[in-house]
Design a protein. Sequence first.
Length: 444
Amino acid sequence: MLTSATSLFGVTLLGALALFTVIRPRLALMCFVFCVPCPGLPDVLGFDPRLYWAFFLGVCALYARLTSGEAKLPRLAVLAWLGFVSLAAIIIWQNHFGLDSEDLESAYSFFRYFTAGSLVFFAFRQLVTTREEMLRFIPVFASSVLCVSIEGLWEAIHSYAVGGGGRIEGLFGNPNYLAGFLALSVSILLLLRRYGLTPDRVRTRKLLTVAIAAGTLCCISTLSRGGITALILGISLNWFFLINPTMNLKRLVAALIPAAVTVVILTTGQLMSVRFRVTYSDDPNTLDSATVNQGVEDLSRLEAALYAIDLIEQHPVFGSGIGTFAATNYKNTGNYVANHDTYLEILTGTGVVGFSLLAGILWALAAALTPPQRKSLGAVLGVTLAVCATTDLMQALEFFAVLALAHSFVTQCVDVESEDSIRDGVGAGLGSEAQWPGFSMSQD
């Protein structure tokens, strides 16, 4: 039987989480990183403890900010975030008269999850202040990704072996979200492996290697076109920045070729044929049904995207309210289909003004990094942009958490010396035994 946050169990659990977070905020953040890739928790418990936990972490981070007097986030990023949150809240309130109670609650839930995800990012920057503290998160994050991957692979073995079980969803309840999370996590794990390991951390290196391999296999096992493309893009970009961190247009285009080829292969029926056979068996009747179902699904998404463009044209400046697109789409077209695109969700929800404010946040965060730090995040940024094109990440706590980890990691663990050492080691043939500040190529 499902419970609620106000039940005895819910109050006890949330009270324990609050007390734990207040007493040991950094350890609580570490545990949050391990537990956050479980968006299916509300289906099991009846409420989502991750949401409340994120607010607890945000309060502790705000207290640390006030007591220390040191701001870790750029002032411009904070102001732009406050502007976006205020804008989103005002637009939802103005448009709430046209929504029924269920759709209005969905919009408010969307708003709460975005705010909670932002607070997790804030907590990372304020609570994790040294390189040593940041390095403790590496095995925790790797273990989290490994657990998600093992669960997904176990589901794939049972589902695909008999056929007819459908695509794997893992702990996410959606194969595309699972694939997107794993693609992003693999790119971050490659970043951590490159900069965060000293030669004596053999066990951690092995753990990262296993987590990367398991995450890659599980991502492919989802048979998600967008997720696999993002995975290939991340691996290609990581190799691009490893071989030569110096950017130029020709090398960047060369790094994008594998992803482009993957898109062509996955959209010309090659993956679809395999996908139908392993998820619907070899029965010709079920294969025909699978083809029809996939066509309807793709058409509904296309229609939703086309209507989103129409909605943007109707409300170009401030949008029509985040989290309200599915309800608006249903009232106007009869299709209750949400945006599967973060960019369209932002533009339909908050218009050009909201999109500009979010772009300002990203610009301010990037401007606060050094050139080597920005380059080290290149692959993660590429994967994030790719995943945003096929999934809506505005209310995905797990994506906020892992991106916060990546951003905090480069601020604490990537510097000019480590980047120069990696470049010198690569130029020497990837075989030097020199002790680099943040990475040892000889043991990879």
